[in-house]
Design a protein around this ligand. Structure first.
Ligand SMILES: *[C@@H]1O[C@H](CO)[C@@H](O)[C@H](O)[C@H]1NC(C)=O
Ligand SMILES: *[C@@H]1O[C@H](CO)[C@@H](O)[C@H](O)[C@H]1NC(C)=O
Length: 210
């Protein structure tokens, strides 16, 4: 009687662990959604042209800021609102600003939903899970910490994530575009056919400058 009980337990353990093995082999990793708010320093290489991007992603407040320093070049502010308005300006004496209106807003935190899993790869010294989204971007996420490590656009623009501060928010005053953005009305309508922007299905559109 005791032997039968042991046998039944053993059988159960064997069946359960086999099922677990099958399940883990079949479960494909999915990308971790972006935090609602984060700050990140990005190192960008576009065919040898280098830049640093100070990225302030702020989904909570419907805004996204790329502050772009080209190597030994200009400092460009690229400020995007959820209503599709994008201000691009410098804060130097030239007082240049262009305002664009696109049909979509800030990338949602789950923008990688539905991306195709490509497997694991060592990148920048980190073991990463890799996904591809609509032939537009390849995304590398640290297997252990789940932080983004790298993404690269189909154009070859390559982004290396240098810092990733979850929950960091840029103070409100810094989100105010300069007054000259509102003086000269040079609104250019940018459409989805612009090659720096791509439809990603129900998640909206993806800009090459995230
Ligand atoms: C990349 O840079 C090289 C060297 O400057 C140039 O010959 C090539 O056309 C560039 N490729 C692209 C896609 O811009
Ligand atoms: C979108 O929101 C920004 C920030 O509030 C504002 O400056 C801009 O005028 C708005 N654009 C439109 C088309 O309403």
């Amino acid at each position: 009687m005791k032997n039968i009980r042991v046998l039944v337990i053993l059988l159960f353990v064997v069946v359960a662990s086999t099922l677990l093995l099958i399940w883990s082999a079949e479960s494909v990793p999915t990308p971790t959604p972006w935090p609602q708010q984060f700050h990140s320093l990005l190192f960008v290489n576009y065919n040898g042209s280098l830049s640093l991007i100070d990225l302030w992603y702020d989904w909570t407040n419907g805004r996204n800021f790329n502050i772009i320093q080209d190597q030994l070049g200009k400092l460009l502010y690229d400020l995007e609102w959820n209503n599709g308005t994008i201000y691009r300006y410098t804060l130097d004496d030239k007082k240049k600003c262009s305002v664009a209106q696109i049909d979509v807003g800030v990338l949602p935190p789950n923008w990688l939903h539905g991306a195709a899993y490509l497997g694991q790869e060592l990148f920048d010294g980190f073991l990463c899970n890799v996904w591809q989204k609509v032939d537009f971007v390849w995304y590398y996420e640290d297997v252990v910490t789940k932080r983004p490590v790298h993404w690269i656009f189909y154009t070859g623009r390559s982004i290396h994530v240098m810092t990733f501060e979850v929950g960091a928010v840029l103070e409100d005053a810094k989100w105010q575009a300069p007054v000259y953005c509102f003086e000269s009305k040079q609104v250019k309508d940018r459409t989805a056919s612009d090659n720096s922007i791509m439809a990603i299905g129900s998640d909206g559109f993806l800009r090459e400058f995230i």
